[in-house]
Design a protein around this ligand. Structure first.
Ligand code: ADP
Ligand code: 5GP
Length: 198
């Protein structure tokens, strides 16, 4: 991987606002691209294959694990999710920085490979707000929503493995914080020195 490129990893409980924040960042910076994960989860209404995710069946996913095609993969809420090396390479080849929106198990695998990655954890302001956001989003049935909420304590235990924590209360403030982290990374000397005109 291009050692000068930035690899952002964003994790957090389901409903914390990861997707919303990443989307806002991607709209502001055209030098950044989000990796499209592969999953065995069924598409939600409106999700497009190849854009939201690459949707595959379990057999194909397991075969790809055996083939060593994943930078990281994990089983999350009864489905498999993973980032393929091909996805990561395509983004690097375009000379862009990468953002991965993945769960904590996957993030820890990425950390072993790219310890220079920037690991960002997103949480809502409270458990109650999280519940409200998952329910209001309306993408999960009651059983699936309960499963996601039930995993919260296990997920929060990962916070100290991350470089940054964003509490997504006011969306504007949270977007500003994510943006600031990204801008700060761009200002690291080995990256910003190329703009010095001599
Ligand atoms: P995740 O990707 O972490 O599962 P989403 O980005 O889908 O979470 O956000 C969950 C729901 O909460 C969505 O309906 C989104 O519009 C809403 N949401 C996200 N951030 C905020 C915020 N700061 N204030 C209010 N609602 C929010
Ligand atoms: P959802 O089903 O709500 O789209 O995603 C469920 C969880 O899977 C979220 O925590 C999300 O971050 C995680 N996830 C999405 N893609 C990947 C991936 O490629 N790898 C891993 N490890 N987790 C992922």
């Amino acid at each position: 991987m291009n050692p000068k490129g930035i690899l952002l990893v964003v994790s957090g409980p389901s409903g914390a606002g990861k997707g919303t924040l990443c989307q806002a960042l991607l709209e502001k910076f055209d030098d950044l691209q989000c990796s499209v994960s592969m999953t065995t989860r069924k598409p939600r209404p409106g999700e497009i294959d190849g854009e939201s995710y690459h949707f595959v069946d379990k057999e194909e996913f397991l075969q790809r694990i055996d083939n060593g095609e994943f930078l990281e993969w994990a089983r999350v809420y009864d489905n498999y999710y993973g980032t393929t090396w091909e996805q990561v390479r395509n983004i690097i080849d375009k000379g862009k920085n990468i953002i991965l929106e993945i769960d904590m198990q996957g993030a820890m695998q990425v950390k072993k490979v790219f310890d220079s990655g920037v690991f960002i954890f997103v949480i809502p302001p409270s458990r109650d707000v999280l519940e409200e956001r998952i329910i209001n989003r309306g993408t999960e049935d009651a059983g699936a929503a309960k499963k996601r909420l039930g995993n919260l304590n296990n997920e929060l235990a990962y916070i100290n493995n991350y470089n940054y924590l964003i509490i997504n209360d006011s969306l504007d403030k949270a977007v500003k914080e994510l943006e600031s982290i990204y801008i700060a990374e761009k200002c690291r000397p080995h990256r910003s020195i190329k703009y010095w005109k001599g």
